[in-house]
Ligand binder design. Structure first.
Ligand code: CDP
Length: 226
């Protein structure tokens, strides 16, 4: 990785607030942002649309290899069923390997000439960018995460079935934590931030203070815009 790219890795379980935090940090620092979950979601969605089972390894690998980054803005990627399919294909080592180069390129040479990149996912600090300058592991109690996700889905007009979101989170957590390849786990050198009792502003302030503490001696430090 060229020394000019300052990488912030944010990992954590479903609905821990990674996306919100990553977007805000990237905007503040003037960095590029990659939500790596979208890559797995895109593979899951391709299978759903083709009428294939998400467990179909050959189809999942073909979708990963043919991934078009231009499709990452599709709103259907955010659906809950897409998230479930994503966590099934994400357990396949071949699919993970096929998506690795894109993520590493993004981190090493962020688009738009940005001086750094914020990547969020499950294995950014452990596998994708083990040498990231700053690593944050974002966590929160499962009930709190389910409440946040329900609110988000309601705002998008999705119909919520009582208890279903919590069950879905628990299922995905278990699949992500227990898979053999790149399981969800905090890197040994990550800053663990538990946001169960924090709002988004408090999480952002804590994360920013940590990133700033990691930036001295870096490429001039992340240049704060606001
Ligand atoms: O937004 P949410 O936390 O629900 O999920 P996401 O970050 O969009 O990721 C969807 C699924 O992709 C996760 O359940 C993981 O199984 C998988 N994923 C992964 O394995 N590795 C990543 N770096 C990012 C996502």
């Amino acid at each position: 990785m060229p020394p000019s790219s300052f990488v912030v890795a944010i990992d954590g379980p479903t609905a821990s607030g990674k996306g919100t935090l990553a977007k805000r940090l990237a905007r503040h620092l003037g960095f590029a942002h990659l939500d790596s979950g979208l890559l797995y979601r895109a593979v899951g969605l391709a299978l759903i649309r083709a009428g294939k089972d998400p467990g179909d390894q050959a189809a999942a690998l073909a979708a990963a290899e043919g991934l078009d980054p231009a499709g990452l803005a599709d709103p259907d990627l955010r659906q809950e069923r897409t998230g479930q399919a994503a966590s099934v294909v994400a357990a396949m080592p071949e699919v993970r390997a096929a998506l690795l180069a894109f993520q590493r390129r993004f981190a090493a040479a962020p688009p738009g000439g940005a001086k750094g990149a914020v990547l969020d996912g499950r294995d950014i600090g452990t596998v994708v960018c083990p040498a990231a300058a700053a690593k944050i592991f974002l966590d929160a109690g499962v009930e709190k995460r389910a409440a946040r996700r329900e609110k988000e889905l309601r705002q998008r007009g999705e119909i919520i079935i009582e208890g279903a979101v919590l069950r879905d989170l628990q299922e995905r957590d278990a699949r992500d934590r227990n898979r053999a390849v790149a399981p969800l786990v905090a890197a040994g050198d990550a800053y663990v931030l538990d946001t169960t009792d924090m709002d988004a502003d408090q999480a952002f302030e804590a994360a920013l203070a940590y990133v700033n503490s990691r930036s001295s001696g870096g490429p001039g430090g992340p240049a704060a815009e606001t």
